[in-house]
Design a protein around this ligand. Structure first.
Ligand SMILES: *[C@@H]1O[C@H](CO)[C@@H](O)[C@H](O)[C@H]1NC(C)=O
Ligand SMILES: *[C@@H]1O[C@H](CO)[C@@H](O)[C@H](O)[C@H]1NC(C)=O
Ligand SMILES: *[C@@H]1O[C@H](CO)[C@@H](O)[C@H](O)[C@H]1NC(C)=O
Length: 417
């Protein structure tokens, strides 16, 4: 005991400095998340103590070992980028508002774009509609006052949009249990039975006549939930009195893609952990916590047992509305991958992935114009569209910066294999 005492206290000092450092980095990351907020010079000074990884983009994916071995290896900032074909992108007309962590549902040639943060202190409470035929933002209407503003679960049957739970309010407030149905023909909203408990960014789909909700985080935004519920729905009406408990998902957590193709339900990517409100903060100020990002793919089929399928080419999260089904495959655009091992900064994803449902193989089928997370994707007449989310700082810096409203499209060529 005596021998270790001094070391112990030294260690404690290091731990404290480490924690302080983590808190400052968290602040810096939120500052970088929302460029409107100015960051203090002390935060910037602190950051300059960190090793600056090479900004040479041609040195991508290279791992360099420092000769002295004391500081360990230095990784390029862009080490997580994967090679992929460059695509030709057209810039279309910009969304009326920038949004982060919004939701989108496509019905034929219309993309309904919901909610989202404009800044960390401002959330949207309306729907913008983009028409893929006229290529214009063609309508706008309000959401119910009680509906969550970000991190919603959402799915459509082709006319009605079912909306479950999600975060209510700005900063890092918790989720609500409220659920709604929108009739996209009449633009009328109705209540549905609330989810048994609120969930943050749960995986949501319609499967075999039932609305399924699973995973996500619990009320504190951080703790992964593995619960899975369903309720029977038809043409915008709920047929059950209450939610039914279903088989828990093997891994919980928010920000996954959840897709049904050919009567099979897939849950892809996502993470455990997320930003949380600072204890006792009256505005629920966000503070960063540890997150682990996954490449996992789970599937439910006739056997009603969760099956594990081949993982994504790299861990990918913040993709809940960043997918489209094209030619018997699932296409996923952007996201976030594991944090940088040295700087601990959040790393955005700039690839488009394709999961072939016949061969169960993944491929990188293209690069986005930049790396972007929580982007909202649609597919119409051979074109892949994306709008909104948060983009990177530039080709050599994959950390998040600007919240965008830009709309882009590219002609896809993904022949049936
Ligand atoms: C970038 O790295 C490559 C390969 O390591 C090197 O050939 C090139 O000169 C570097 N460019 C700059 C601008 O440092
Ligand atoms: C989209 O725009 C096209 C061309 O202006 C129009 O014919 C079509 O009705 C619009 N779609 C919807 C659902 O309003
Ligand atoms: C889908 O596959 C067909 C047949 O191989 C091909 O002609 C078509 O271009 C593909 N569509 C897209 C969007 O890649």
């Amino acid at each position: 005991m005596g021998r270790g005492k001094h070391r112990k206290s030294t260690k404690l000092v290091f731990v404290c400095v480490g924690l302080l450092g983590a808190a400052l980095i968290a602040d810096l990351l939120w500052a970088s998340t929302f460029p409107y907020k100015s960051s203090s010079s002390s935060t910037l000074a602190f950051n300059s103590n960190y090793p600056h990884p090479s900004s040479n983009s041609s040195a991508k994916e290279e791992v360099t070992d420092k000769k002295d071995g004391v500081h360990g290896r230095i990784l390029s900032k862009t080490f997580a980028d994967l090679p992929g074909p460059q695509l030709k992108w057209d810039r279309m007309s910009e969304s009326p508002v920038p949004r982060l962590d919004g939701a989108a549902i496509q019905i034929k040639d219309q993309l309904f774009v919901f909610a989202g943060y404009g800044t960390i202190d401002l959330v949207h409470s309306h729907v913008d509609v983009y028409n893929f035929t006229s290529n214009t933002w063609s309508a706008r209407f309000d959401m119910p006052k009680e509906m969550a503003h970000s991190h919603l679960g959402m799915v459509t049957d082709g006319r009605y949009i079912y909306i479950v739970t999600g975060q209510y309010g700005p900063q890092c407030r918790g989720p609500t249990a409220h659920t709604f149905v929108l009739d996209t023909k009449t633009k009328k909203w109705q209540d549905m039975p609330p989810l048994p408990v609120p969930r943050y960014a749960p995986a949501t789909q319609l499967w075999r006549g039932r609305l399924h909700v699973m995973g996500g985080s619990k009320e504190n935004r951080y703790t992964p939930g593995v619960d899975h519920w369903s309720i029977a729905v038809k043409d915008g009406r709920v047929l059950d009195k209450e939610w039914r408990t279903e088989m828990p998902i093997p891994r919980g957590g928010p920000h996954r893609a959840c897709v049904v193709v050919d009567d099979r339900l897939y849950v892809i990517g996502g993470q455990e952990g997320d930003f949380m409100a600072k204890p006792n903060s009256p505005i629920f100020k966000c503070s960063r916590r540890n997150e682990v990002v996954y490449s996992d793919v789970y599937m439910l089929d006739d056997e009603m047992k969760w099956k594990v399928l081949p993982p994504m080419p790299k861990p990918d999260s913040h993709i809940e509305f960043a997918w489209a089904v094209v030619n018997n495959s699932i296409v996923i655009a952007g996201g976030t991958t594991e944090k940088h091992p040295e700087t601990k900064k959040m790393i955005l994803v700039g690839e488009i992935f394709q999961f072939h449902l016949d061969t169960m193989k993944w491929a990188v089928v293209g690069k986005l114009p930049y790396r972007v997370k929580t982007t909202l994707v649609g597919f119409w007449d051979g074109w892949l569209y994306f709008t909104s989310g948060q983009r990177d700082r530039g080709p050599d810096d994959p950390t998040p910066k600007k919240v965008i409203g830009e709309m882009w499209r590219t002609k896809l060529s993904l022949p049936l294999s």
